[in-house]
Write a new protein. Sequence first.
Length: 295
Amino acid sequence: MQEGSLFSWLSANLVNKRTGKTLFKPSVSVKAGPMKIAIIGLTDNRIAGSISLGDENEIKSWQDTLPGLVPGLTEKHQFMVLLTSLSERDCRAIAQKYPSIDLIIQASGSSSNRPPQPLSRTTLLASTGKQGKYIGTMDISWHPGRNGWKTGSNETLAGKISRRDHLKMQLARFSNRPDLYKRNKALQSQVDRLEKEINDMEKSLLSAKDADQPLSSYKNHFMAMEISMPDHPTVLEVVNETKRLINGLNQTKITGKEPAIPEKDGFIGWRKCRGCHPAQTRKWQSSKHASAFLT
């Protein structure tokens, strides 16, 4: 599949057990204007349970893979993207350990789109819904120096604080309900996540203010894919020609057969039908329909 593709297959941690060599490119380097951008691919080791890697291959952890890759790429590039299907927890841990990774694009498997969110002061996480139903685009205004992302706007921060406070109220209201333990545990997990995001955003604002350095910003859009596509002209021509051939074969098969109703007879009445359907004709003759024309 890789040889016939018009794009690069990336995986820095899918390797041959014996040689340690990667099966695909670990990263690629692209240019956007004067900027050099590094794109890294990381394979989630959970896929090993759903596909066969072969006895000779394995998926290494990101902890074993990134230390030998990220520092070298950081020196030569002004922007770094990580493509992965790792969990959000792993992505957050990566962002904390490697602040030079500016953007993580995650294949999350979620049924809904998720707007970009900060994992740290310098790293954003972005993802779209599963099954390729949407395309996500980001227009980035980048300031060199990796000072961080402008994700801590007052509106965004206020929204997260409001959401956190609302969840806390729900927890306080139902804290004495043992039957809602699982629900409360899930709510507490959301509160903890929001607390972390709020803390990161507040730090980002304070850091930028103290250093008086401009932050990078972005605009995000999701576009739904068309549910139908026009027929490819070549394929459509083949389909139509096949239909014509089938119709021609059917006409050939019926040629020479006497039609069920001879054309010379013109109008066919009930007497003609009696030849093939005597029982039905007798029953019809005893009905009011048979004598209706006499009235």
